[in-house]
Design a protein around this ligand. Structure first.
Ligand code: NAP
Length: 329
C-alpha cells in the first residue's frame, strides 16, 4: 500500500536526507509533499526525476496524507504535532519536543521496537548521540549487565544544522559567518552546546534521560560530556561501560558484530578503527577500539562512530515509519 507522505523541514540537512532515503529505500510513496518556513517556500527540490515545490508549512495542508516526517525544530513540533496527528496523519518527529512525554514512544528500531505499540499518533526520534549509544549498550546490558556508563562525545558541527556547516566554511575562508551557532568559533577548535546555570548542556541531559528511557533503565548510572568539533559527516563517542561480568574481548566483538545495524571495525594491529570520514553516508553504527578497562573490577572501553544525519536522524525516522506502516521493510 503506497502512502501520502509529508516532509516538514524538507530544505534542511535532515529533511533533504529524508527525501533521498525515501528513494533509496524504495519507500512506497503515493504522493510526496514538502514543507518548510516562509523563507524557502517556492524552492524546488528534485525527487525521483520530479521537481517538487516546497510549501510554507500549515497543519491543514497535510490533510489526506498518512505520514509526516518532521525535522523543523522543537518549536514547530511543540505547536502542531498533535494537531496533525489528530487528523490521522502519523508524526515521526526528529526534534526534542516530545521525547520525554509519557504518551510519545521514543524509539530505536533495533533496540526497543515494542515501544511503538503504545503510540497515539506521535513518535519521537531520539537524539543523534543516543541512537548509536543505545545500540551498543543494549546487547552489553543483556549479556554482561551494566553498572555505570560514562560517555564523551566528539560531534560533527553538522549537528547544529545547515547553519553550523556554514559557520565552519565561513571561518575556514577567513570570513565572518552569517550566523554563529558556536559563539567562540568552531574552525580549529572545539565548542560546547549551550550550558545551563548548573553547568550542564541540554545535549548532555538528553544523553542521560533518553538513554535511560530507551533501555528501560530509569536508574541507570550514566553521565556525559558533549563536545562539538569542526568535523563533517558523523558523530563519534568514547564510551566507558562498567559491567557486572567482564566481557571477553573476542566474544564481545563477535556479539556486537551480530547485532543488526552494527559493524565492528576493530583491528588494532592493522590500525583499523572507525572514523567520521568513513562513516559518512552510511546507515551503520561502527564500533571499534574495544579494550578492557582495568580501572574498574569489570568493564570495557569502546569508540562509536555513526552518521548523525542518517542513522542519528533521518534513517532512524524512516525505519520507524516502515515498522509502523508495514511492520518493517
Ligand atoms: N543535524 C543533525 O545532526 C540532527 C540530528 C538529529 C536531530 N536533528 C533535529 O532535526 C531538526 C532539523 O535539523 P537540521 O539539522 O536539518 O536543521 P537545518 O538544516 O537548520 O534545517 C531546518 C529545517 O527546518 C525548517 N524550519 C525551521 N523553522 C520552521 C518553521 N517555523 N516552519 C517550517 N519549517 C521550519 C527549515 O526551513 P527553511 O529553509 O524555511 O528555514 C529547514 O527546512 C532539528 O529539530 C534538529 O534538532 C538534527
Amino acid at each position: 500500500m503506497a502512502v501520502g507522505v509529508a516532509i516538514v523541514g524538507a530544505t534542511g540537512l535532515v529533511g533533504r536526507t529524508l527525501l533521498r532515503l525515501l528513494h533509496e529505500r524504495r519507500f512506497p510513496v503515493r504522493e510526496l509533499r514538502l514543507f518548510a518556513s516562509e523563507r524557502s517556500a517556492g524552492t524546488v527540490l528534485e525527487w525521483c526525476g520530479e521537481r517538487l515545490r516546497v510549501e510554507r508549512f500549515a497543519p491543514e495542508r497535510l490533510r489526506g496524507l498518512e505520514l509526516s516526517l518532521w525535522s523543523a525544530g522543537a518549536e514547530l513540533s511543540r505547536q502542531y504535532a498533535w494537531e496533525v496527528a489528530r487528523r490521522d496523519c502519523l508524526v515521526v518527529d526528529n526534534s526534542s519536543a516530545w521525547r520525554a512525554h509519557p504518551e510519545v514512544p521514543l524509539v530505536v528500531p533495533e533496540v526497543n521496537p515494542e515501544a511503538l505499540q503504545q503510540h497515539r499518533g506521535v513518535i519521537a526520534n531520539p537524539n543523534c548521540v543516543v541512537i548509536p549509544l543505545t545500540m551498543l549498550l543494549k546487547p552489553i546490558l543483556q549479556r554482561w549487565g551494566i553498572r555505570r556508563v560514562v560517555v564523551a562525545t566528539y560531534q560533527s558541527i553538522s549537528g547544529a544544522g545547515q547553519r553550523g556547516i556554514e559557520q565552519l566554511q565561513a571561518e575556514l575562508r577567513g570570513e565572518e559567518p552569517p550566523v554563529r551557532v558556536a559563539p567562540w568559533g568552531i574552525a580549529f577548535t572545539t565548542a560546547f552546546h549551550r550550558l545551563d546555570a548548573e553547568g550542564w548542556s541540554e545535549e548532555e541531559r538528553k544523553v542521560v534521560a533518553e538513554t535511560r528511557r530507551i533501555l528501560g533503565q530509569p536508574q541507570l548510572p550514566i553521565t556525559a560530556t558533549c563536545v562539538r568539533l569542526p568535523t563533517l559527516g558523523a558523530h563519534a563517542e568514547a564510551v566507558w561501560v562498567e559491567t557486572e561480568q567482564q566481557p571477553e574481548l573476542e566474544m564481545l566483538r563477535r556479539h556486537l558484530g551480530q547485532q543488526p545495524g552494527m559493524v565492528v571495525l576493530d583491528e588494532p594491529a592493522a590500525q583499523r578503527y572507525p572514523h567520521p570520514a568513513q562513516a559518512r553516508g552510511s546507515d551503520s553504527v561502527y564500533i571499534g577500539r574495544l579494550r578492557r578497562d582495568d580501572s574498574v573490577p569489570a568493564g570495557i572501553i569502546g569508540w562509536i562512530v555513526a552518521d548523525n544525519i542518517r542513522k542519528g536522524a533521518a534513517t532512524n525516522a524512516v525505519q520507524i515509519a516502515e515498522l509502523l506502516l508495514f511492520g518493517g521493510h
